[in-house]
Ligand binder design. Sequence first.
Ligand SMILES: Nc1ncnc2c1ncn2[C@@H]1O[C@H](COP(=O)(O)OP(=O)(O)OP(=O)(O)O)[C@@H](O)[C@H]1O
Length: 202
Amino acid sequence: MIEVYVKKKLQAFLLNVNFSEKGIIAITGKNGSGKSTLLNVIAGILKPDEGYIRLNDIDITNLPINKRNVILVTPDSYIPTLDLKKHLTWGAKLRGRKVNDKEVMEVAKLLGVPNENKKVGNLSLGNREKVSLATAILTKPNLILVDEGFSNISEKEYFINIYTDLCKKNQIDLIYVTQDTEDAKFSDHHYVMNNGSLHKVF
Ligand SMILES: Nc1ncnc2c1ncn2[C@@H]1O[C@H](COP(=O)(O)OP(=O)(O)OP(=O)(O)O)[C@@H](O)[C@H]1O
């Protein structure tokens, strides 16, 4: 369960949101409407001017980024020089979660992460996105935030369905931001961001 009531001013732009949901949440909206700003505030990269963020009843507003149990995935949140298997185990270990090889293989197979020992930077764009998203799942945070992280994946529908199922099975809330309104159909709740404010569609 994620509860957000925040205000954040960036020059002429004002983010002003208030929502409370659990499960799979899609946020769509035009360029510059404030989607990334909201994810950055929830992840702790930007500090709100006012308000709070609660995750599973815990106030995380003032916790440092690595203590929130939240992972933000952007199209470039991977380490290009790491080999694939190390990447999948590294992300989790860094956050204090030991994953065994069996678990890594299972998640990688389910998500169609390529089974070759290349450096992540040498994979295709879509496969790099899969590696970032798989690493996030293996860490088992309370919340995953995905900022346009599905855009280059081929068979996107198939992938998002499996990814959202995996989140649910692991009791991970997921907020994904996309400019493609069609992508919202995979969510339990859909919001549109318009000029810093959220409007609920379903
Ligand atoms: N560091 C910053 N300083 C000042 N203004 C900023 C900063 N970051 C973002 N903004 C402004 O905040 C507004 C929201 O931007 P944001 O990137 O959150 O939108 P978005 O919906 O994610 O758009 P996009 O899809 O292009 O990423 C924009 O007007 C942007 O110019």
